[in-house]
Design a binder for this molecule. Structure first.
Ligand code: 5GP
Ligand code: MN
Length: 336
C-alpha cells in the first residue's frame, strides 16, 4: 500500500521498537540512510537497531555509528513494532526480512519497487533515499546534527556520482547545501569514498584490460572473473571507467563472484537499463541498474549481451544492422 510522506512520519512516530535495514551489497545511500534514521529515531526516544545482511565496504567504515550495524544471525528472531526497509524493495534484504514479523515500512527511490503487502513510500524522482530522509526530518521535526548530516550527504553524493548524474535535481543541491551548513565537509567525504589501495588500482587496471565493445561500440562490457574478484574488496567505481567511452550508451560490469553466481551492474546515457535488469530478475533506476544471473560466467555473458541488444532493438536504440555487428572489439585490438 502506497502512503504519503506525512503518513510515513506518522508510522515512525507511533512505533516504539524499530528495526532498520537496507539492501545487501550496501552502498553509500543504503548505509547513509540507515545510519541517519538510526540517529534520528534514537533522538526521538525510540528503541532502534540496524541490520544489514552483508559486509560493509571499507570505504564506509568511518561513517558515524557504522559500528552499530549488525548482521543477523542464522534463525535469529526479534519482536518489534516496525521493520523499516530503506533504499530497496524487500527482496534484497537477505536474512533480515525473516528476523521479525513486524509490519514493514519501505522507504525507497527505485522505480522498479512494487511494494505489495507493505507500507511503501517510493519517490523515484528523489536522487537518493537520503534525499527522502532529509525531507522526512522536516515532517518529523528532527534536528539534523553534524553526524546525521554526514550520513545523509554520503547517500546523496554516492547515488548522484558526486552530483554529476541525471538524477541530480535542484532539490538535491538544496539538501546538500543545508547539510553542508550542518557541518559536512564535502572534500573529506569524497576523499574517503574515492580512496583505493595500490592493489585495488592494479585490479582496476587488469579489469580494464578485459573491456570489450559490442554492437558497433554502443555497448561496453567489463568482465571480472572469480580469480580477479578474489583480489579486491570492491568493484565500486569500475563501471565509471568505461561508461565514459564516446560511442557508448550502455556500459556493464559482469562479475563472477562464485561458481554460477554472476552480478551485473549497468549504466546508460539514454537506454532504460532498469527495464533490462527487470527482465533479468533485478531492478534499479533508468540510468543505473543491476541484477544477479545464476549461470556460468560464459552463459551469463551471452544472456546479458543478448538481453541488452534485444532491448535496444525494441526501443530503436540499435538498428538491426548494428545488432548483427555483434563482433566483440577488445581493448587489446586497438593500437595505442
Ligand atoms: P550498482 O550497479 O551500483 O550495484 O546498482 C545500481 C542500481 O541498481 C542501485 O540503485 C541498486 O540498488 C540497483 N540494483 C542493483 N542490483 C540490483 C538487483 O539485483 N535487484 C534490484 N532490484 N536492484 C538492483
Ligand atoms: Mn539509493
Amino acid at each position: 500500500m502506497r502512503i504519503t510522506l506525512r503518513e510515513t512520519a506518522d508510522k515512525l512516530k507511533s512505533a516504539e521498537k524499530i528495526l532498520l535495514t537496507a539492501h545487501i551489497n550496501p552502498d553509500g545511500d543504503a548505509i547513509g540512510s540507515t545510519l541517519a534514521m538510526l540517529q534520528i529515531l534514537r533522538a526521538m526516544g525510540k528503541n532502534v537497531s540496524a541490520y544489514i545482511d552483508d559486509k560493509i565496504p571499507k570505504n564506509f567504515l568511518t561513517m558515524p555509528c557504522v559500528e552499530e550495524i549488525q548482521r543477523p544471525a542464522e534463525g535469529e528472531k526479534i519482536s518489534a513494532d516496525l521493520l523499516v526497509v530503506l533504499d530497496t524493495s524487500i527482496d534484497r534484504t537477505g536474512k533480515v526480512i525473516d528476523i521479525t514479523d513486524a509490519p514493514i515500512l519501505n522507504i525507497d527511490h527505485h522505480v522498479t519497487n512494487k511494494g505489495e503487502n507493505i507500507y511503501l513510500y517510493d519517490e523515484p524522482t528523489a536522487a537518493a533515499t537520503c534525499e527522502i530522509i532529509f525531507k522526512l526530518c522536516e515532517e518529523l521535526g528532527a534536528n539534523i546534527t553534524k553526524e546525521i548530516a554526514i550520513c545523509l550527504y554520503s547517500g546523496l553524493a554516492t547515488d548522484t556520482g558526486f552530483f554529476n548524474y541525471s538524477n541530480t535535481k535542484p532539490a538535491t543541491f538544496r539538501a546538500a547545501a543545508s547539510l553542508v551548513e550542518c557541518g559536512v565537509q564535502p572534500n573529506l567525504i569524497a576523499e574517503k569514498f574515492e580512496e583505493r589501495t595500490f592493489r585495488e588500482l592494479k585490479v582496476m587496471s587488469a579489469a580494464l584490460q578485459t573491456t570489450k565493445l559490442f554492437f558497433g561500440g554502443k555497448v561496453v562490457g567489463m568482465f571480472i572473473d572469480e580469480e580477479l574478484f578474489k583480489q579486491t574488496d570492491t568493484t565500486e567505481g569500475f563501471i565509471d571507467l568505461i561508461r565514459v567511452i564516446d560511442s557508448v550508451d550502455v556500459a556493464f560490469v559482469l562479475t563472477c563472484r562464485e561458481k554460477n553466481l554472476c552480478r551485473v551492474s549497468m549504466r546508460s546515457k539514454t537506454v532504460n537499463v532498469a527495464e533490462i535488469a527487470n527482465k533479468l530478475g533485478g531492478g534499479g533506476h533508468i540510468r543505473a541498474a543491476g541484477c544477479t544471473i545464476q549461470k556460468s560466467f560464459f552463459e551469463a555473458k551471452n544472456i546479458l549481451v543478448h538481453a541488452i541488444g534485444q532491448y535496444m532493438i525494441e526501443t530503436e536504440k540499435l538498428t538491426s544492422k548494428e545488432f548483427l555487428l555483434n563482433q566483440e572489439i577488445s581493448l587489446a585490438d586497438f593500437e595505442i
